[in-house]
Design a protein around this ligand. Structure first.
Ligand code: SF4
Length: 336
């Protein structure tokens, strides 16, 4: 079974902290939504199912999700993570990660007669479909995203000579395109909402006829986690409090990094950690409020460990800060 989502028995009070100037007690503001999204549940459930049904080893092309804890959990269960299909024996059961793959990888998997399961998130698959549709309609596609991210590499693979990755205004200016070219844009699912809005506005000013996706590519989970951090950061930073943010997530997790950056943009010190072992207690001496969130690939049990760390080290109390509910779920992919 995948790591189970533990139930946290925490108060859901939305009361604001009433703290004295003597910093008598730290409050953990446990932000919600946080942690596993529907795509990550789907991918990890698929891997658990494959391990149960076929036994180890199960090969996984790229990390199933970008999180050290999750990858190590599955490695111990018999998953083998590879960055090249050449490292997989022909005919083996193989999963593609939540970030998706290019058509070239799928073709290679067929040539090797791999029994593969596509665990890519349906919201990433949607970006692939948009890329293909725009290219078929004759557009040059500008993919706003981080150049070496697995998702971006996979989407660009839909038409490598028609899809250009852009991240900054400079990268847009260096493209061999004129204002009148037929240009479309799409985005990586885990970008910063604010940054991508700025880039899209710039694209619209450079290419007046540019078209984009009907529905925003940045996924619901990324938006909700970013909004929760931003709202809490604004709410507590305005008070006479010492506030810091802790984001549970790995350093190669795009959406986790964005959460840390969003807190920092609100002038709040923020720490991206894989586990409580990464916390330096000196950083939290005299802190009144810790805003605690987790990237979409970070497991709730690690969040709970972080809560326990602050409770035992700083006698912290915990209050949940909930900005919305999430009900999205995806069925797990069909097994071979
Ligand atoms: S972060 Fe968004 S796009 Fe990525 S796996 Fe989760 S739901 Fe899918």
């Amino acid at each position: 079974m995948p790591p189970k989502k533990p139930v946290l028995a925490l108060p859901t009070s939305t009361q604001e902290p009433t703290l004295s100037a003597s910093h008598s007690k730290m409050i953990i503001k446990l932000l919600f939504p946080r942690g596993f999204c529907a795509g990550v549940y789907r991918a990890t459930s698929a891997l658990s199912t494959a391990l149960e049904r076929y036994g180890a080893p199960i090969y996984v092309y790229h990390e199933i999700v970008h999180n050290k804890w999750v990858v190590e959990y599955f490695r111990q269960k018999g998953a083998v993570f590879v960055n090249s299909l050449d490292d997989i024996p022909d005919g083996s059961v193989t999963l593609f990660s939540a970030h998706g793959v290019s058509p070239q990888i799928e073709k290679q998997a067929k040539q090797k007669k791999l029994q593969y399961v596509d665990a890519s998130c349906p919201l990433v698959q949607k970006v692939h479909r948009e890329a293909k549709r725009f290219v078929q309609q004759g557009y040059t596609v500008l993919l706003i995203g981080h150049p070496h991210h697995d998702e971006v590499v996979g989407v660009q693979g839909e038409a490598p000579d028609k899809i250009f990755i852009v991240k900054t205004k400079e990268s847009i200016d260096s493209l061999p395109l004129t204002a009148h070219d037929k240009v479309a844009y799409i985005t990586q699912t885990t970008l910063s909402l604010d940054e991508s809005t700025t880039i899209i506005e710039y694209l619209k000013s450079r290419f007046p006829n540019i078209v984009g996706p009907k529905i925003k590519d940045i996924c619901y989970a990324t938006q909700n986690r970013q909004n929760a951090v931003k709202m809490a950061a604004r709410k507590y930073h305005q008070k006479n409090l010492i506030v810091k943010a802790v984001i549970v997530g790995s350093s190669n997790s795009s959406n986790s990094i964005r959460l840390k950056e969003i807190a920092q943009e609100q002038d709040i010190s923020a720490f991206l950690i894989d586990s409580p072992a990464d916390i330096n207690s000196d950083d939290f001496t005299n802190v009144d409020v810790v805003l605690l969130s987790a990237g979409a690939s970070a497991h709730e049990s690690v969040v709970q460990q972080v809560v326990e760390y602050f409770q035992s080290t700083f006698n912290a109390s915990v209050e949940e800060e909930r900005i919305c509910e999430e009900n999205t779920s995806f069925p797990i992919p069909t097994m071979p």
